[in-house]
Design a protein around this ligand. Structure first.
Ligand SMILES: Cc1ncc(COP(=O)(O)O)c(C=O)c1O
Length: 269
């Protein structure tokens, strides 16, 4: 039987990766070559990167590692629904912070709430899904200087801007950034993303993540898209409008280009 299995032919769709037997083996997900490519692309140290099953997989691992029963977890709203899901799965309390104006994202109010409600973790989506609101890196830096809780910055949509808060991690080790190949790189069904985290917090996450979190096929495809030398801000036409991202042709923002995005969004609410 072993002999027969060895001689099995791969189906045509997998023929390009069959030579290295990538599909047949368990392959450790923390692939050094991909980590080096990500590190090059983002401009952070390879030691600060963890490859995950998409950004959602990153959020899950972070929640499993850091959220315990009855922890207060803050999420400025409206925002991406998976923060609530992962928090509740771990028994944490979701603290939803709404602003008078959904596109405002008032960081002073976020700061106040962190102090008043004894917040352990803040989920900050930048740019925010579904509003498209973008917090500048200067504002993020001012904000983190005065905040001691764990700050998870979800940058699933940040490739469209070519900016990242991960450069702050050396100075502020309480920041964790999550990213993905699903949006700008359009590999959503391959379920591949990554976490950027300080060397201090990384070992806690590495204890929780599966060694085989991501398929070898996804790893190879992610390496390919990063080899194409893509320049984010040049390939996708985006326009910054009063601190918000307008007309991003990504999965969540499709169809808004040239329209009154604010009116469309308020209509949906
Ligand atoms: C803000 C945000 N974070 C995370 C995700 C999940 O991305 P992934 O496909 O990498 O799991 C999405 C997907 O819609 C998103 O919009």
């Amino acid at each position: 039987v072993r002999e027969e299995v060895r001689n099995l032919e791969y189906p045509e769709y997998a023929s390009d990766i069959s030579k290295s037997n990538l599909l047949g083996n368990y392959v450790f997900s923390q692939d050094k070559e991909l980590i080096d490519k990500i590190s090059n692309y983002i401009g952070t140290k390879p030691d600060q990167i963890i490859i995950t099953a998409g950004c959602d997989g990153a959020l899950r691992i972070i929640a499993e590692t850091f959220i315990s029963k009855n922890d207060n977890v803050l999420m400025p709203c409206p925002t991406f629904g998976r923060y609530e899901f992962h928090t509740k799965m771990m028994g944490g309390n979701c603290i939803f912070l709404y602003f008078d104006e959904p596109f405002e994202f008032n960081l002073d109010k976020v700061k106040e709430t962190i102090k008043e409600r004894n917040i352990k973790i803040l989920f900050l989506c930048n740019p925010n899904n579904p509003t498209g609101h973008y917090i500048s890196q200067d504002d993020i830096e001012d904000f983190v200087k005065n905040v001691n809780c764990l700050i998870v910055i979800d940058e699933a949509l940040a490739d469209y801007l070519g900016e990242t808060a991960s450069k702050l991690i050396d100075r502020f080790p309480n920041i964790i950034v999550t990213r993905t190949f699903s949006k700008f790189f359009m590999l959503a069904s391959l379920r591949i993303g990554y976490i950027i985290v300080s060397e201090k917090l990384k070992p806690f996450l590495m204890k929780v993540i599966s060694p085989f979190e991501v398929s070898s096929y996804s790893i190879e495809r992610a390496k390919e898209v990063l080899s194409e030398n893509i320049k984010p801000t040049k390939t996708v036409p985006i326009k910054l409008v009063k601190g918000s991202v307008d007309g991003v042709d990504g999965n969540n923002f499709r169809g808004l280009e040239g329209r009154d995005y604010k009116r469309v969004f308020m209509g949906i609410l």
